[in-house]
Design a binder for this molecule. Structure first.
Ligand SMILES: [Zn+2]
Length: 402
């Protein structure tokens, strides 16, 4: 396996290049030059300095930025019923195998960046470090490593348990020192942890705010697991960077009223907080809130201007990386245009992950994370289902034509 830094310089020519989605910028008969892991040229095919590249890849179809899944658990095996027990009971090698398998499967779906929002200590960080060394065949990883949770709180068996602002700050510092690229906090209980309540708010607001402060001090964004209305309110007032799930569960169960959702959605929009709804058209049945209801909440979020990003919760039981396209179709069903969905799956998600300016678009100077698909995804998102070429950091890592 070659390191990304030694991948041959490549000129990719296609029928069409979509460089970004907000608004969609397309170029017919275009080419992208890739060198040393970065894009170094984008423009019309005929004007491309072809002799400057070691290889030329000519493909029909459309080139676009690689896709993002903003909420995954690479170390969970989606084929087991209790992935946290499975992860803890397994030897490290077994977990590493799961991470590698999930990583490869993401590449096949054109996903070039993932944000891992909770794993046992160190395993995903270690995989992510392999990208630069050429030992990791998977997407670029922004990893939260261990989630911060209250004692015995959601995912406590893999998390860092905290019950004070002081220990929470220390946890953030420790995660940062070990290489975490994001901080995950469990603001409410979760369905996968026995004895926790999705309705509850697990931390006093000053502790959530302490996590946010400590994370921002070292340049990390905070993703808050929030299932309930109360949890979303608590996370918003502590100014977290993204709300994960955001399913608006209320004490009346499914009966959260439209007005509450609408009002809260407007607050989220005004605050600029990202929302990752972890909704998937191919995984409709296993949630306590009916799929149509969740879709309706997402349509409200989108309508009032919330920055909705694509994330699947990949790794939870029954949700392998292969289902990634279902997340895009769910957002489309919630009323987003294909360009808006793709913006949410590229540049907007990259912003939420705290990646650099313009990240998730195709432009000189940016990481060469891109895909080529047959057909035009702006006309039909199904064009994304089997990419012909997938490149991460300038290295071709998957695709039917490679
Ligand atoms: Zn999750």
């Amino acid at each position: 396996m070659t390191a990304s830094t030694t991948a041959p310089s490549t000129l990719v020519t296609t029928d069409k290049v979509i460089t970004s989605f907000d608004p969609p910028r397309t170029m017919a008969g275009a080419a992208i030059g890739v060198r040393d892991g970065l894009i170094d040229w984008v423009g019309p095919k005929d004007a491309a300095p072809a002799d400057r590249y070691e290889q030329i890849v000519r493909l029909p179809g459309t080139a676009l930025p690689g896709l993002v899944d903003a909420h995954v658990h690479l170390s969970f095996d989606p084929d087991v019923a209790d992935p946290i027990s499975d992860a803890l009971d397994s030897v490290r090698a077994r977990v590493t195998q799961t991470i590698e398998s999930n990583g490869r499967r993401f590449l096949e779906r054109g996903v070039t960046t993932v944000r891992d929002l909770g794993s046992m200590r160190g395993v995903v960080l270690e995989a992510g470090r392999g990208l630069g060394r050429g030992t990791w065949l998977g997407p670029r990883i922004v990893a939260a490593d261990q989630p911060i949770t209250r004692p015995q709180g959601h995912a406590w068996r893999i998390g860092i348990q905290s019950d004070s602002a002081t220990s929470a700050r220390a946890a953030v510092r420790d995660l940062f020192d070990r290489g975490a690229g994001a901080v995950k906090i469990m603001v409410t209980g979760g369905r996968m942890t026995v004895g926790t309540d999705p309705l509850s708010v697990e931390f006093p607001s000053h502790l959530i705010a302490a996590v946010v402060d400590a994370a921002h001090e070292v340049g990390l964004n905070v993703a808050a697991h929030c299932l309930s209305v109360a949890g979303i309110r608590a996370a918003l007032s502590a100014q977290v960077d993204s709300i994960e799930h955001g399913t608006f569960i209320s004490p009346n169960g499914l009966g959260c009223d439209e007005e509450t959702v609408e009002r809260l959605a407007q607050e989220i929009a005004q605050s600029g907080t990202y929302l990752c709804p972890t909704i998937n058209a191919d995984y409709p049945g296993r949630h306590p809130i009916p799929f149509e209801q969740r879709l309706h909440w997402v349509s409200i979020l989108h309508r009032v201007g919330v920055k909705v990003i694509v994330g699947n919760d990949t790794g939870i039981p029954g949700l392998p990386p292969d289902l990634y396209p279902g997340a895009l179709r769910a957002l489309e069903s919630a009323g987003m245009s294909s360009a808006q969905v793709l913006h949410s799956a590229t540049a907007l998600a990259c912003q939420a992950l705290g990646l650099g300016r313009n990240s998730g678009t195709l432009a000189p100077g940016l990481a060469a994370d891109l895909i080529v698909v047959e057909g035009d995804p702006l006309a039909d998102l199904r064009a994304l289902s089997a990419p012909a070429l997938v490149m991460v950091g300038g290295r071709t890592v998957a695709g039917s034509r490679t």
